[in-house]
Design a binder for this molecule. Structure first.
Ligand SMILES: Cc1cc2nc3c(=O)[nH]c(=O)nc-3n(C[C@H](O)[C@H](O)[C@H](O)COP(=O)(O)OP(=O)(O)OC[C@H]3O[C@@H](n4cnc5c(N)ncnc54)[C@H](O)[C@@H]3O)c2cc1C
Length: 394
């Protein structure tokens, strides 16, 4: 059978058996929605625990703030709403902190850049408020010490933060109640293909799981899994110095400072991380670390980030860095999500994206609808076929 226009090889309508590869934030979300749609689902994870890939090392800021072009912004706005929708179905969504986010700049160029972005976001209907520093310190974040050069603070009231492991716990509980089989510590060695169509997966121990549709949600390991099938999904390499695929995060000791929302500051991003801890992300530090930078003992970048955070907060003298993490973003080569049928293997659906925590509930819904046979308008710009040999986007 030849692929339909757009180069995609679709699946039969309403597959009975679906294998989802990878139990990160994306795979768990897809498994849930596919199971809700009535299919029998096996969710297969190579690591001993779910959420041990990039989902374990993320800022988990739920937003559409800096998403360009407009189509991607629109997808992300819908994704923020999908988190709220799922939360309302699951005990109010204890994984979601709905306090909005704050951002400010101290230097003239950065202030102009933020203002320009705010105007564009307002033009697109995104919630943006401009607040005075004194009001922010009085009403929103009483333990934050805003530096002198800040003339206004941007508040994005609809943005959220997620606690990804809590999200997974709720989604997996719902998966289990729908009969999803969760296989942990069982890496998929290969997607089994017969007569040009995915027939299931073979595990490292040789066992085979048959399926009508295979959904690859393998995050940064996607090229390893799919390249042998001739499916190209190029990701930005984290190996180059300063690679945008590389992230650096520090988790602090619990402190008395009450930080209620994500703060995007000129040199550092801070977020509450539960139990009085903060998670810190430094722009300069992120560019300095390498894939092989040791995280124990803590690298100097961790101490530097904590010193910067102390300068921004009351009651933070006792703050210490407790853990440093190098994260690898599953960042497609053109920066945009990859979602859809693989161009050359029928019945193989692929999802890999940066900003996956933001997008997970929505992509779960949309991908499930496509696996069941419908085409989703919102996903059209993100097809894997754009990387296929001969595609004009290559
Ligand atoms: C520093 C940093 C900050 C970030 N900040 C944000 C943010 O603020 N907001 C946001 O939305 N996103 C953010 N992201 C991105 C986001 O975290 C990721 O997009 C998301 O976690 C990807 O989820 P995933 O499920 O696709 O991948 P993963 O969590 O990596 O899951 C993939 C899973 O597949 C499994 N797997 C791979 N190969 C196989 C195989 N052959 N067999 C079986 N299992 C396999 C892996 O073990 C893994 O568990 C950030 C990322 C980083 C690194």
């Amino acid at each position: 059978m030849s692929p339909p226009p757009g180069g995609s090889a679709a699946s039969p309508a309403r597959p009975a058996r679906v294998v989802v590869i990878g139990a990160g934030v994306i795979g768990c979300s897809v498994a849930l929605q596919v199971a809700r749609a009535g299919a029998r689902v096996a969710l297969v994870e190579g690591a001993p625990a779910p959420g041990s890939g990039t989902t374990a090392t993320t800022d988990a800021w739920i937003n559409a703030n800096a998403k360009r072009p407009y189509d991607y912004f629109r997808l992300s706005v819908r994704a923020v709403a999908a988190h709220r929708r799922l939360a309302s179905e699951m005990e109010g969504g204890p994984w979601l902190l709905r306090t909005g986010c704050l951002e400010w700049a101290t230097d003239g160029d950065d202030r102009a850049r933020l203002e320009e972005r705010a105007r564009e976001l307002e033009g697109w209907g995104y919630g943006v408020r401009r607040l005075s520093p004194s009001w922010v310190m009085r009403e929103l974040e009483p333990d934050v010490l805003l530096p002198g050069g800040v003339d206004q603070v941007f508040f994005y009231p609809d943005e959220c933060l997620a606690f990804p492991q809590l999200y997974l716990a709720h989604v997996l509980r719902a998966c289990r109640s729908l009969g999803v089989e969760l296989a942990l510590g069982t890496p998929v060695r290969e997607v089994v293909v017969g007569s040009g169509r995915a027939r299931g997966v073979r595990l490292d121990d040789g066992a085979r799981i048959a399926a009508d549709v295979v959904v690859s949600c393998a995050g940064r390991w996607t090229p390893d899994l799919l390249a042998p099938l001739g499916v190209e999904v190029p990701l930005v390499s984290p190996a180059e110095p300063g690679s945008p695929a590389l992230g650096f995060l520090v988790s602090t000791s619990p402190i008395a400072a009450d930080v209620r929302r994500r703060l995007s500051c000129p040199e550092i991003n801070l977020r509450p991380d539960g139990g009085g801890r903060l998670q810190l992300q430094g722009k300069r530090e992120e560019r300095e670390v390498r894939l092989d930078t040791p995280t124990t003992p803590l690298p100097p970048q961790a101490q530097r980030l904590v010193a910067k955070a102390r300068g921004l907060l009351r009651h933070s003298a006792a703050m210490r860095a407790q853990a440093a993490m190098i994260g690898i973003r599953p960042l497609p080569a053109d920066g945009l999500p990859v979602v859809g049928w693989a161009p050359s293997v029928e019945g193989l659906y692929v999802v890999v994206t940066h900003s996956g925590v933001t997008l997970a509930p929505l992509i779960g819904e949309l991908a499930s609808a496509e696996v069941a046979g419908g085409e989703q308008e919102l996903l059209k710009p993100y097809r894997p076929s754009r990387f296929a040999p001969g595609s004009r986007l290559r």
